[in-house]
Design a protein around this ligand. Structure first.
Ligand SMILES: [Cu+2]
Length: 117
């Protein structure tokens, strides 16, 4: 009887741990478009996240900007953002390294990378 009780406790604890691990909240990370000093850059330039996390790009300075992952329209936001604090977001569901750029400022070095682990 005592063993059965122990088993039940163990099963319950395992269930709680298992569910907890699978409902761990996905994070939302913010990338500024345009440095605070007006620099044509994504800040941070390289961002490491986990599968299921979301990246939110927010218009900061020197816009218009956009977010283009070459060959991956489902991740991209090609429409130029003209308004202050305008934002777009993408949720990443596959691990990998994703480089992206801003169409008008690519030549000026406005490129970024999302590393999804
Ligand atoms: Cu730009």
């Amino acid at each position: 009887m005592k063993n059965l009780f122990t088993l039940c406790i163990w099963l319950f604890a395992s269930l709680v741990l298992f569910c907890g691990a699978h409902t761990a909240a996905a994070e939302v990370y913010t990338v500024k478009m345009g440095g605070d000093n007006g620099q044509l850059a994504y800040v941070p330039k390289v961002l490491t996240i986990k599968v299921g996390d979301t990246v939110k790009w927010v218009n900061n300075r020197a816009f218009p900007h956009n977010v283009v992952f070459e060959g991956q329209p489902e991740l991209s936001h090609k429409k130029l953002m003209q308004k202050p604090q305008q934002e777009v977001e993408t949720t990443f569901t596959e691990p990998g390294e994703y480089t992206y750029y801003c169409t008008p400022h690519r030549g000026a070095g406005m490129v970024g990378k999302i590393i999804v682990q």
